[in-house]
Structure formats: C-alpha cells, structure tokens
Design a protein around this ligand. Sequence first.
Ligand SMILES: [Fe+2]
Ligand SMILES: [Fe+2]
Length: 253
Amino acid sequence: MTNNPEQALLFLLMFFLALAGLLVLMVHLECSLTKTAPRPRGLGGRSGRDEAAAPLTVRAGGRVNPGCWVARRPVGYSGHLIPIWEPNMSTDAIVLLKQDHKEILSTFKKFEKAGDNAHKAKADLVNKMIKLLTVHTYIENEVMYTRVRDLLPEVEDDVLESYEEHHAADVLVMELVGMKPTDERFTAKTTVLIENVTHHIEEEQEWFPKVREGLGRSVLQEIGAEMVEAKKNAPRSPAQPSALKKTVDAVIK
Ligand SMILES: [Fe+2]
Ligand SMILES: [Fe+2]
C-alpha cells in the first residue's frame, strides 16, 4: 500500500469499480444462461418430495430473478405445433390454461363441422386433439392440480374429480390413437371425447375462480411459469412414457 492519501483513494476507487464490474458480469451470466427463481413458499409437494426437486426454472422470457426480465425470442410453437408461450403472454396459470381450452374447443368445433366423408380433415383434427389434450392434461396433472391441491384444500374434491375426468379422456385418446377415420366407431368415439372434455372444461371454469381467489396473482404466475417450462418437454402422444406415468399417477395418487 501507499502512504500517499491520493494514491490510496485512487486505489480504493479502482477496487470498487472492479467489484461493481464483476457483479454486473455475474448478474448478466445468471440471467442469460439459466434463470432460476426460488420456489415460492408453500409450493412444495404434498409429501415434501417436491421441495427437493429442481427449483423453478424459467427460460426464454419468463419473469425470473429480480432484474432478469428478458424477452430474447418467442418460444412460439414446439416442433409439434403445440403453442407454448410467447414473451408478451401472461404466465398466470389460469390465463394459460384458458388459452389452451380455447384452442381445444376450437378444434372440437372444426371436427363437428367437418363432413361425414372428410376423412383426411377429421384424421388431422383428431391428431391435433390428441396432442393438445395430452399436453394439457399433463401440465394440469403434474403442475396445476398438484400445486392447487397442496395449497388450497377446499378445492380438493374438484381436483380429484378432475383427475378422474382426465383419466376417462386418456382412455378415449389412447383408443383413438389406433383408429382410422374410416373405422365404424371413429366419429362416435371422438364425439364422446368432445362431450366429456367440453363438460370437464366447463367444470374447470367453475372452480378456477376459487383458485384465483385463494392463491392470488403472484402464486398463479409462479405456477404458470412452471407450467410453461413443463410444457416444453410434455409428452405429445399418450404412448410416451411420461404420458403413461401421468395416467398411472392420476389413478394412484
Ligand atoms: Fe383439466
Ligand atoms: Fe383444463
């Protein structure tokens, strides 16, 4: 060190500038490489096993660590044309699920309007339904329902009934995977799937407001961010192992 006060001051100034630069670099790296937000209080799993799971991670535009709001590129659509999330979209869990519902119901309407002999169009629409429903029921079972059940015991019955309705839809979806549009029961089975899922969506619309009131905006945003992440790797077909696991979990949990 030096005995010159001016040199000592300069040294200290340079030291603090270097420290500030290092901090800025660390924050930048954290925001650009991986965005990890702490799991909100009370968002652990029922048995406590989820507390040990990976922390809530949001990439590509999610609201993450303080100061890490990034909108680098739209997540847009996955390779299977399943809408994921876009930077200007909310991560509110209920808003996200309602957007899914809208797309599912729109696909149902198109199927109902297709003519009896529109085999190709009907096959394509059923394939789309299978993907949309497989992804949607996966993120609800694995994220939304699990979290809501933990945090809001008063909607336990609604959640349990929803698991059963998903299970009934899963069975129809699995059977439809192996069918051709010219099969005798193809349209009948699809119609029953449409009726069941439409009824289920109507019921969700009835109990979701209780969830909004009970959990509030910030917790719903945290759950939504977790759903966005889960959606990226969600199964697209009921034959995928993660889809089968979801189906089994819904029965035995
Ligand atoms: Fe559902
Ligand atoms: Fe739903």
